[in-house]
Design a protein. Structure first.
Length: 317
């Protein structure tokens, strides 16, 4: 049975068929032919959005529950599909079925952003029955959180082909901040240490230049503070080291993140044998962290500032 069997496009009134290019309204979940949506310019039910008349997916006879166990499933608040009770995301439209505290999601709007009428499926189009190292992709999507529709297809591809490389430009541009954003504590410590070492030579030269421009600093102190040839050479070499670091993270950032995610989920599964506790742990322990990279930047800036002030004060006294 197709995804939209029994439903018709509200614009052309034609029943959807397998292979049709279908888009879903991000507000009410009403399916449309892509061409019809483009021609119409908006959802056919736009006037009803936010009202009691807002479109809801009609129940089909084939979807009527035939047992008490089935009635205990989770209805998607957007498209109305009945999912198994333990499902984190609707397997038809990708809507999150639970909030961060594990409660049932009753909101009809998705927290997943979209750049058009199509709501990104958190699985990135991957079959919900797919697994990576024995872990369902739905669980992985729940742990990854933001941009899971980007990571899941790449994780699946890399899991099937161990030699496959996927490029992550965010990791290349942000380096330690991307690692911190994705909560990879161990890798963050390594990358942050390398980045700090890369910046030390240029910091020393910049500080020395500032000191030598101070008129109140004695000449002998200025001479003593001049950077050595090794530091000068390192200041020319380190930018190439930084470039290599960016290239490494661009090529292997996704794989490192996948390994981290799989390892963390296995630990959460062992620590939470109860399915509900396990689902809550996925949502709470995974995701992203804005605080982690911000704290790093603040601490790094404070340390550099203290070193600069300390050196300057010692030379002036």
């Amino acid at each position: 049975m197709g995804l939209y069997d029994g439903l018709t496009c509200p614009i052309c009134s034609k029943e959807f068929e397998d292979g049709d290019d279908v888009v879903v309204c991000p507000q009410c979940g009403a399916p449309h032919h892509r061409q019809c949506w483009v021609q119409h310019g908006e959802c056919a039910f736009a006037a009803d959005h936010g009202t009691e008349h807002q479109w809801k997916r009609p129940r089909l006879k084939s979807e009527e529950p035939d047992s008490d166990a089935e009635k205990e499933g989770l209805h998607c608040p957007r498209c109305g599909y009945l999912n198994d009770d333990g499902t984190l995301f609707c397997i038809k439209c990708g809507m999150p079925l639970r909030t961060g505290n594990g409660q049932k999601n009753t909101s009809n709007s998705s927290s997943w952003s979209a750049r058009g009428p199509v709501v990104p499926n958190p699985l990135g189009g991957v079959n919900p029955n797919e697994t990576i190292d024995g872990i369902p992709v739905g669980d992985i999507a729940a742990f990854v959180g933001n941009n899971s529709y980007y990571y899941i297809p790449r994780f699946v591809a890399m899991a099937k082909d161990k030699s496959k490389i996927t490029v992550n430009w965010a990791a290349a541009l942000l380096m330690q901040n991307w690692v911190a954003f994705r909560k990879m504590g161990g890798l963050f410590a390594i990358v942050a240490a390398i980045v700090t070492l890369i910046n030390i030579p240029s910091f020393i030269i910049t500080l020395a230049s500032s000191v030598m421009m101070m008129p109140d600093v004695a000449n002998y102190q200025t001479i003593l503070f001049q950077p050595s040839n090794a530091v000068i050479v390192a200041s020319y070499v380190m930018p190439f080291v930084a470039l290599l670091m960016r290239i490494f993270l661009a090529l292997f950032g996704n794989r490192l993140y996948m390994n981290y995610v799989i390892k963390r989920i296995h630990k959460l599964k062992e620590a939470h044998p109860n399915p509900m506790d396990y689902q809550n742990a996925l949502l709470q322990k995974g995701g992203i962290s804005w605080a982690f990279p911000i704290i790093y930047l603040v601490v790094f800036s404070v340390v550099i500032g203290m070193i600069s002030v300390g050196v300057t004060f010692s030379l002036l006294t």
